[in-house]
Design a protein around this ligand. Structure first.
Ligand code: GLP
Length: 234
C-alpha cells in the first residue's frame, strides 16, 4: 500500500486526475470503477478538463459506478448517482452512454464486469463508518453486487452531499459487492478532511474484518491511498 499525502483537496484532485488521465491515455485502464460523494467532485472537474483539452478518444473505456440508490415508489429521483455523474462528469466529456454502467435490480453487474474483462482501476471513497461503495459494516469480502439497507450514518453523510434532509435520502441502495471491487487490478482510495482520519486509522492499522469493510483493502496487492494533510492518521 502506498500513501500519497497532499497539502489540500485541490492539489490532491489535480494530481490524481493526472494519474488517471495517464492510465486512460496509455490504455492500461479500460475498465474503470467510479465513485460518487463529496470527495471526488474537484477530481472530476480536473479529469474532465484534461480529457477535453487532449481530445483523447475514449471509445475503449467502460465505466462502472460503484453504487446507486433504490428509490421508494413515488420518491423523487433527483438525488440519483446517475444524475450526479451526468452533472459532474459525463456531460463534460465525450462518452457514449452505452459505455457507462450502473448497478440496478435488473442487471447482473458482477457478470457484466467479468464479461468486459474485470476492473483495471477502481477509484473509491470511504464512508465514515468504513463502507466502501455501499458495502456497509457486516459486509463479507466475497459479497456480490446486491441490494443493501443503508445505515443511518451513511444516509446522513449523503444528506450533506445533496444538501438536503435525511428523509429525502433513500433507505436502500444497490452496491457493487466487495468481491468484484477487491478483484480490481488497482485501487485508488481518496479521503479528505479531519472527519476521515479516525476511520482511515481503524481501516489500515487495526485487524481486518467485516465491521470495517475498508479494512479488507489491507490485503489488496495494488492499493494507493490519496489523502490531504487533515486526513493523515499516521
Ligand atoms: C457515499 C458513496 C460511497 C462514498 C462515500 C464517501 O456514501 N456511496 O461510495 O465513498 O459516499 O462520501 P464523501 O466523499 O461525501 O465523504
Amino acid at each position: 500500500m502506498i500513501i500519497h499525502c497532499y497539502h489540500d483537496k485541490e492539489e490532491l484532485s489535480r494530481e490524481l486526475a493526472k494519474r488517471v488521465f495517464a492510465h486512460l491515455k496509455d490504455l492500461s485502464v479500460k475498465n474503470l470503477a467510479l465513485p460518487t460523494g463529496r470527495s471526488p467532485l474537484i477530481f472530476y472537474q480536473h479529469l474532465a478538463q484534461l480529457l477535453k483539452a487532449s481530445k483523447l478518444n475514449l471509445n475503449l473505456l467502460q465505466t462502472f459506478n460503484l453504487d446507486e440508490f433504490i428509490f421508494d415508489p413515488g420518491q423523487k429521483q433527483d438525488l440519483s448517482y446517475k444524475l450526479y455523474m451526468e452533472k459532474h462528469f459525463f456531460s463534460k466529456i465525450t462518452i457514449d452512454h452505452k459505455q457507462t454502467h450502473f448497478p440496478n435490480l435488473e442487471n447482473n453487474y458482477d457478470e457484466l464486469i467479468k464479461s468486459k474483462g474485470g476492473l483495471h482501476l477502481s477509484l473509491i471513497g470511504i464512508g465514515n463508518n468504513g463502507h466502501i461503495a455501499f458495502n456497509e459494516p457486516g459486509s463479507l469480502p466475497e459479497s456480490p453486487t446486491r441490494l443493501i439497507e443503508l445505515k443511518l450514518e451513511s444516509r446522513r453523510q449523503n444528506a450533506k452531499l445533496f444538501n438536503t434532509t435525511l428523509e429525502n435520502i433513500p433507505k436502500s441502495a444497490i452496491t457493487m459487492g466487495l468481491k468484484s471491487l477487491l478483484r480490481s487490478k488497482k485501487i485508488y482510495l481518496m479521503a479528505l478532511g479531519e472527519e476521515k482520519k479516525e476511520i482511515l486509522r481503524k481501516s489500515f492499522t487495526e485487524k481486518i474484518g467485516p465491521e470495517v469493510p475498508a479494512s479488507y483493502l489491507q490485503n489488496h496487492p495494488d492499493l494507493e491511498i490519496f489523502i490531504d494533510q487533515k486526513a493523515d492518521w499516521r
